[in-house]
Design a protein around this ligand. Structure first.
Ligand code: IVH
Length: 677
């Protein structure tokens, strides 16, 4: 049995991973509906165990990329809570009603939930000065130059004094999306999978001249009045003001009074969803009165005064031509459906994942069947099930192949796991995927080493394993297509830079099963070097905060695996350190052998920075408090669990302002009294 805490951490890690795929890479890895399920489960756990919220960051999304400058939002860009049916929608309205008082009849604004990207445009004294993507809600990316090219974004608002932000959605209208793909096809370039991807790709172009040629649109839905004192009192007025400034606001937006009228307006939207000029994945319902919004406030993730009613995905039927199996980096063999191409929610679908053997059985689909296909969240296609056809004899049921389609090695399904694996560690398909993963953004983030390049290097025989990357020389690359002196040097340099990545990134890059970014961070914080991690006992791994038995076992097995041992040996032989931080040698080892826990923000340090400072002085910075903890540094917004544990064990709590003294001297002058913080 997994504990709620373990489940929660696993969920947070999974959500983080999918959110990064969606928000940063614009490449969702699961259907929106499944993502919503995960988020729902997380909220349920948070309600049942409020202390767990300390373990996750409130922002859904992921850190900004390195391509654009980061922009810290003046006010966080929150997301919206979702409801999926009328019952949940009414429950929300009733909660709202209780918050407002029973005698008030609330006015709601009901508007389309456009499936694009949220954008915040800053105006100072009426002049547009900056535009930023949402990013993780707190920090986004500076896309000012590209946004200046969008015709529906006014560059000036006329006479407005002060600082304000206009927020809304950047999107591609369906017709513009089709036209854009026509152009792409004509140029022999890759077509976009759907309007949202196309909009994301266009907005995040490095060259604004490319963005200029993309028919992006912007629909405004909010003014964040920072110092302009606009004296707006309703959402309706706000939309009027936006229109007056020259923004486009969704023409379909309606204002309605009371719950029943609101529910009816939502239903009417749903009936017209495919008639709208843009892709919508639901409607957004907002309380009109701005003062009441203030009173109701927000949770850490979303306002209480607004809700998104998500629409169920569109479904189509098509023929299932075959079921095939692909091999991933861990050797996981994933069955997928080969479909007769069909247009679902705006784009052609010819393949869909079937996840695993059990899923194929549960869906009850056989090659040759007519099947229902949908794109949950209008993104990732999935097969729902088979449609019975009278008078047609079905083909035989599909059975999972016994051999890997790539290396012909055995495919095995172990214990009660639902996944099947190719167990041949030298299977070329696995190695290919491992290297692709290794270089990807979430792992070592090696610029210029995308999927195509990995294929090219492998096919040319220049690399066989990730460790080979670090021995590549400029001369090796020069003979390859697409490489000139500059690009070859660029890639070799990028690989050299990646070699210095902190241990946490390496642990993700090595592709240890079950080890995602959250677990990797905890492990590197606790062990600080690969060597220490590799010699840890199983119990020591399990004792690390956030590491459950499954992860511990996986790490324990990985570091002992022959291939992994050989790989780390060749990495270290190439001079790679596999350590968490570069220890500055001229610092005194004031904290030698001491475990110092930091909770909450310490001024002047990032989370990792504070840990690095401790490690640089010979200490360790574990993620949780134990009897061995020397002291706990208590910063801004500290974690309740850590404080309670420290109090129980009588571990000294130190004010963050003493952190510098602690680093310098290894001791502190005052301890926080009981009851403080
Ligand atoms: S209001 C605090 N209105 O949906 C309220 N959002 O799931 C913030 N979206 O990040 C958003 N259409 O990108 C709002 N009419 C609309 C919207 C809308 C689409 C997007 C937006 C937001 C996401 C939340």
């Amino acid at each position: 049995m997994t504990s709620p805490r373990e489940r929660y951490l696993a969920l947070v890690a999974t959500i983080e991973r999918h959110a990064e795929a969606y928000f940063v890479h614009d490449a969702p890895t699961i259907p929106d509906s499944e993502f919503d399920e995960l988020v729902k489960e997380r909220s349920a756990l948070e309600h049942a165990h409020p202390e767990l919220t300390q373990l996750s960051s409130p922002m859904v999304g992921a850190p900004a990329s390195t391509v654009f400058d980061p922009v810290t939002h003046a006010e966080a860009m929150l997301s919206l809570d979702n409801v999926f049916d009328e019952v949940e929608l009414r429950a929300w309205a009733q909660r709202l009603q209780r918050g407002l008082g029973e005698d008030v009849v609330p006015t709601f604004s009901v508007e389309p939930k456009i499936d694009g990207l949220a954008l915040a445009i800053t105006y100072r004294d009426g002049v547009m000065v900056q535009a930023a993507t949402r990013g993780d809600g707190r920090v986004g990316e500076d896309v000012t130059d590209n946004v200046r090219t969008i015709a529906s974004v006014p560059l000036s608002l006329g006479f407005v004094v002060g600082h304000l932000e206009v927020r809304g959605e950047v999107y591609l209208a369906k017709a513009d999306f089709i036209a854009l793909n026509d152009v792409q096809r004509a140029k022999g370039e890759k077509e976009f999978a759907n309007p949202r991807n196309a909009a994301a790709g266009s907005l995040r172009q490095k060259d604004s001249n490319v963005s200029r040629q993309r028919p992006l649109s912007f629909l405004a839905y909010q003014v964040v009045d920072l110092t302009a004192n606009l004296a707006l009192s309703t959402h309706h007025q706000m939309l009027g003001q936006l229109r007056h400034w020259g923004f486009t606001v969704a023409a379909e937006t309606v204002s309605v009074a009371g719950e029943d009228a609101m529910v009816a307006a939502v239903a009417s939207f749903e009936a017209r969803r495919y008639d709208l000029p843009y892709d919508v994945d639901g409607t957004v319902i907002k309380l009109d009165d701005l003062a009441s919004r203030e009173r109701l406030g927000t949770t850490s993730r979303a306002p209480r005064w607004a809700i998104a009613r998500k629409f169920p995905p569109e479904e189509r039927t098509t023929r299932l031509l075959a079921i095939e199996v692909s091999i991933g980096r861990t050797g996981r063999a994933t069955p997928y459906a080969v479909l007769e191409p069909v247009i679902v929610a705006g784009s052609t679908v010819s393949m869909a994942t079937l996840h695993n053997e059990d899923q194929v059985r549960e869906k009850g689909v056989r090659p040759g069947d007519l099947v229902i296909v949908r794109k949950a969240g209008d993104v990732i296609p999935e097969v729902v099930g088979a449609v019975p056809e009278e008078g047609r004899t079905r083909g035989p049921a599909w059975t999972f192949p016994a051999q890997c389609p790539n290396c012909s090695g055995p495919l095995e399904r172990v214990g009660d796991e639902s996944d099947t694996y190719c167990v041949n560690a030298s299977c070329p398909a696995q190695q290919r995927q491992q290297i692709i993963h290794f270089a990807s953004r979430g792992a070592l983030d090696i610029e210029g080493l995308g999927e195509q390049r990995v294929h090219q290097l492998l096919d040319a025989g220049l690399i066989r394993d990730v460790a080979d990357l670090f021995t590549l020389r400029v001369e090796d690359l020069l003979g390859l297509e697409g490489f000139a002196e500059l690009s070859a040097r660029g890639l070799v340099d990028a690989i050299a830079t990646a070699a210095n990545a902190p241990l946490s990134r390496w642990l993700v890059a090595l592709g240890i099963r079950h080890v995602g970014p959250v677990a990797a961070r905890e492990l590197s914080r606790a062990f600080t070097s690969y060597e220490a991690l590799a010699s840890a006992h199983l119990e020591e791994l399990e004792a690390v905060d956030g590491i459950g038995p499954v992860i511990a076992q996986s790490v324990f097995a990985y570091v002992r695996d022959d291939d992994a041992v050989a790989r780390t040996a060749s990495l270290t032989a190439s001079g790679i350190r596999l350590e968490e931080v570069v220890v500055a040698s001229d610092l005194d080892a004031t904290l030698a052998g001491r475990a110092i826990v930091v909770t909450g923000g310490v001024e002047g340090y990032s989370r990792d920075g504070a840990a690095a400072a401790i490690v640089a002085r010979g200490g360790t910075c574990p993620g949780s408090v134990s009897a061995k903890t020397y002291c706990v540094v208590v910063g801004d917004a500290p974690g309740a669990t850590k404080l309670t544990k420290a109090r129980q064990l009588g571990i000294p709590l130190i004010e963050a302002s003493e952190f510098e003294v602690l680093l310098r001297t290894g001791v502190w002058s005052t301890t926080l009294a009981e009851g403080e913080k």
